[in-house]
Every structure is written in C-alpha cells, then in structure tokens.
Design a protein around this ligand. Structure first.
Ligand code: NAD
Ligand code: MG
Length: 393
C-alpha cells in the first residue's frame, strides 16, 4: 500500500489526485490532507478519505476543523501552520507527496518532502521556479524522486530517454513546450485593457485554480513552465521552444538529433499526469475518457506572440539571468495576479508591475534558501508599491 500526502488537497489538482487514489483503494491511500482555510471542504475530504492527519495552514481554521473532527468522533490528528505542512510531508508512512499548494506558500513543505527523500509529485511549479538549484540539490542529496505533474513537463518526461542523463547524452536537440495560448490568444489586444477576472479565468481547455488560470491568460504560466523545464531537464533556455497549440491535445514534444520528434498526447485532464507519476514506472488507469482522434480531427501550431504576451519575454530573460531573478519574477507575479483578481489592477498592468519590480530589485546568486526568501519578500513589497502607484492615478 502506497501512502500519499496531498498538500493542497482542496484545490483543483488536489481533488483530481484524491479521485485517482479513490479509484485504486487496494494500492493507494491518503495519509494526510492539507488546505489553507477551507474547513468545510477539508472536513468532507476527511470523511471520504480517512487520512491519519489533516493540516490547515490557518490556525483558526485548524481549530474549527479539530472541533468538527472531535464531534464526529473521528481518529484524525490535526496540525496547523507551515510546521504542520512540513511534518506531514515527511511522515515515515508517506511514500509520495503531491505538492499541489499554489504559489510560494508551497515551497517549504515541498522542500521538506524532498529532504525526507520522498517521491515528490510536483504540481507546485512556483516552488521549483523560486528555489531552482537548491531544490534540485535537495532532491539529489536526499535520494528523493521528482516527477512532474505539470502536463507539459510530464509529457516531456515521458518523451525523454528512459535513463535521462542530460540532453546531450540522450541525443536531444530541443524541447518543444506547448501551450494553448489561453483565452486571449486571438482577442484584439485593445480589448485586453478591460478584461475581468472571470473572463481571464475562463480557460478554453482546462479547469484550474484562479491563480494559474490568470497565469495562462497572461502566458506567464508558460514563462514559469519554461523556467521549470530548465531545472527539471537540465536544459539551457535556448533549447526550449514554446509552441502555441490551441487544442491542448499534444502536451509537449522532444526533438532528437536524428530529426525524430516524440509527442505525448491525451485529453486535457490532469488525472493523466497524476496517475502516471503515482504509478511510474508502471501504468495505472486514471478514469480519463479515451482520446478520440476523429473528434479532435485537427491539431494546429502557432508561434507565440511576445508583443501580446510580454510575460513570455520577461520569463525568458529571467531564465537566462539565473540567481534570484526567478524568485523576484514569481513573487511580483503572485502579487500582481492577486491584485488583478481583487479587481485592484488592470489585466495589462500585470506584466508592467512584474517588469518594474524586476528592474528595481536586483538579483543575486541564489546560494541559500534565506537569500531566496529575502528576494521573494523584497519583490512582494516593491510590486505592491508599483500597484499602489498605478492604482492611485
Ligand atoms: P487551487 O487554487 O485550485 O488550489 C490550491 C490549493 O493550495 C488549495 O488546496 C489551497 O487550500 C492551498 N493553498 C492556497 N494557499 C495556501 C497557503 N498559503 N498555504 C497552504 N496551502 C495553501 O490551485 P490548483 O489549480 O490546484 O494549482 C495548484 C498548483 O498546481 C499550482 O502551483 C499550479 O500552478 C499547479 N498546476 C495546476 C494545474 C491545474 O490544472 N490546476 C496544472 C498544472 C500545474
Ligand atoms: Mg502546465
């Protein structure tokens, strides 16, 4: 029986993970479930999945959950705060950790899973974008396994040689990272000024949390994924080409020196990469509807439009720069997206805030976790100042 801790179990990826676990009760069980402050949802999940531990980051929410669990007479230990998250990421009875917290908040618990030598199922791309080499070193030093959940990186992983040992050794020419282009791929740029959060979150192919949905609309998601791919596959940014593919059927491709291009395809449903990573190197069913190529009928490809999506240019520059630049970009993006979702910032201002923050906060070598966390904090403060200035006008 494989024990799984699901960090961020109440989110979009968390719910899909619990769905796959529930399909294989003889093979997998949820050891611990965690959420930020959604007490009712986490309590419902406790009833249906019987974990040993439940964690709420918010202390008041943890107390409420504790009450409910006690009243229901359930035998579940409740923890609070980031320490609680780190504890359940490192439990001896946990073999795999689904890292599905959104944003920088996931960094410490995801790192704790790596340091405990777990199989880390990485959905929380922001954690890797921020900490880069430090995270990859922790994985190696503690004998952890890192399996990508992001559909593109999972596709690339599946298309890479079996014992991957660097692009060159594997005869890999380049990685083709696909993206749908989001809801505004073909919208007149003049109309983007007045876009609402609900419009930005209406993704054509995927149902996801609100933060990643906005990232998809600005294409910062593809920018973060470019940086994520550099770390996961030890690839310089120039070896990664972004390809817009509106149907989201091909999830990414690997091109070899002999001209072969391998692609992984499937319905746009995150249960595929989740089931793949849980069962790897074996395969298990995911509950996803079979891909019907006759219904798909056609696959289109386009070059990304950097003028329409400035976040792509910013992310590529940051990938080339290295150091804490990626943590600064990520923090500024989180603050700007939050302001946009709270209707305090215009859609087109998201990239402006990020660009201004990157020029104000200077990047350093990311030589320790403290330095990364300081860069994150400094960038949040500066980004907020830019937002205040932009919205005061
Ligand atoms: P979501 O918003 O639906 O869920 C986020 C989860 O994180 C929730 O369980 C929430 O309680 C928890 N959380 C939020 N803030 C927290 C905090 N401060 N402390 C602790 N927990 C906190 O997000 P999602 O769409 O499931 O995405 C999760 C991660 O997976 C993101 O990093 C995203 O980029 C990545 N991802 C998601 C998808 C997708 O299809 N949804 C695809 C690829 C990658
Ligand atoms: Mg993705």
């Amino acid at each position: 029986m494989i024990g799984i801790t699901v960090l961020g179990s109440t989110g979009s990826i968390g719910v899909s993970t619990l769905d796959v676990i529930a399909q294989h009760p003889e093979q997998y069980r949820a050891v611990a479930l965690t959420a930020n402050r959604n007490v009712d949802r986490l309590f419902e999940q406790c009833i249906s999945h019987h974990p040993e531990y439940a964690v709420m980051t918010d202390v008041a929410a943890a107390e409420q959950l504790q009450q409910k669990i006690q009243t229901a007479g359930m035998d579940i230990e409740v923890f609070a705060g980031v320490e609680g998250l780190e504890k359940v990421a490192a439990l001896p009875q946990c073999d795999q950790v689904m890292a599905a917290i959104v944003g920088a908040a996931g960094l410490l618990p995801t790192l704790a899973a790596a340091r405990a030598g777990k199989r880390v199922l990485l959905a929380n791309k922001e954690a890797l974008v921020m900490s880069g080499q430090l995270f990859m070193d922790a994985v190696r030093e503690h004998g952890a396994e890192l399996l990508p959940i992001d559909s593109e990186h999972n596709a690339i992983f599946q298309c890479m040689p079996e014992r991957f040992n660097g692009l060159e050794n594997g005869g890999v020419e380049q990685i083709l990272l696909t993206g749908s282009g989001g809801p505004f791929r073909a919208v007149d740029p003049a109309e983007l000024v007045n876009v609402t959060p609900d419009q930005a979150c209406a993704h054509p192919n995927w149902v996801m949390g609100r933060k990643i949905s906005v990232d998809s609309a600005t294409m910062m998601n593809k920018g973060l994924e470019l940086i994520e791919a550099c770390w996961l596959f030890a690839a310089p940014p120039e070896k990664i080409q972004i390809v817009v593919h509106p149907q989201s059927i091909i999830h990414s491709m690997v091109e070899y020196v002999d001209g072969s291009v391998l692609a992984q395809m499937g319905s746009p449903d995150m249960r595929i990469p989740i089931a793949h990573s849980m069962a790897w190197p074996k395969r298990t069913s995911s509950g996803v509807k079979r891909l019907n190529l006759f219904d798909v009928a056609r696959l289109d490809f386009e070059r990304p439009d950097d003028a329409r999506f400035p976040c792509l240019r910013l992310a590529r520059a940051v990938a080339e720069q290295g150091g804490t630049a990626a943590a600064i970009l990520n923090a500024a993006n989180e603050i700007a997206v939050e302001a946009f979702l709270g209707e305090a910032l215009g859609f087109m201002d998201i990239s402006r805030v990020i660009e201004a923050t990157l020029s104000d906060v200077s990047a350093q070598a990311a030589s320790s976790l403290d330095i990364v966390l300081q860069a994150d904090a400094a960038a949040r403060e500066v980004a907020q100042q830019h937002i205040d200035r932009l919205t005061a006008k």
